[in-house]
Write a protein that binds this ligand. Structure first.
Ligand SMILES: [Zn+2]
Length: 186
């Protein structure tokens, strides 16, 4: 996306939006919102080129400063969601690398996540993993943490507003299950 000069109040930016630590007093680094690994390879490449100084005005990927500990703390859940999405998009925990090269690589290098996805969050084994339709029962608490992290990051990045309190409601559903009216508003 195109970088827009940030004129929001600097005084609002003194804390880590996730834990409230004073950014100046803890190790901090940039965190991408949306989560970079969830973007396409082409977008990630453009973002990296932009950060290196490439003259592509639309290559910028939104970033916010958070404390290092929080930033690192989301990595496992983001990786988990990445695996869920690749499994759903490719329709398998073991995708064909010709048809879905990225999914095949991600899922092959995250066997522990695949193992956990074959067990439902209620502890029951998914007995029908090989029968269509391919069904995944992700741990929605983990997905929710990534969604809230991104929502906070976007609010902070786009409107300069630290929203540190817990949300009252988080709604997650596949776009294909949404009525058309809602999808067109999204
Ligand atoms: Zn933090």
């Amino acid at each position: 996306m195109r970088y827009v000069e940030d004129f929001s109040d600097e005084r609002q930016k003194a804390w880590c939006i996730h834990c409230g630590s004073t950014i100046a007093s803890v190790p901090a680094n940039r965190d991408h919102v949306p989560t970079k690994s969830l973007l396409s390879k082409a977008l990630r490449q453009r973002g990296a080129d932009y950060d290196r100084g490439a003259e592509d005005p639309d290559g910028y990927l939104p970033q916010v400063f958070t404390c290092k500990e929080c930033n690192a703390g989301f990595s496992e859940d983001e990786n988990y969601l990445l695996c869920v999405l690749h499994a759903v998009i490719s329709g398998s925990f073991y995708p064909n690398s010709d048809e879905h090269p990225e999914a095949a690589t991600v899922l092959r290098s995250n066997r522990h996540v695949v193992r956990s996805l074959k067990t439902r969050p209620d502890g029951q084994l998914s007995l029908f993993e090989n029968l269509p339709p391919f069904t995944v029962y992700p741990d929605m608490e983990r997905v929710k943490r990534v969604v809230v992290k991104n929502a906070r990051g976007h609010a902070y990045h786009e409107i300069g507003e630290p929203l540190m309190q817990a949300p009252t409601h988080v709604m997650i559903s596949p776009l294909t299950l949404e009525p058309d009216s809602k999808v067109s508003q999204a």
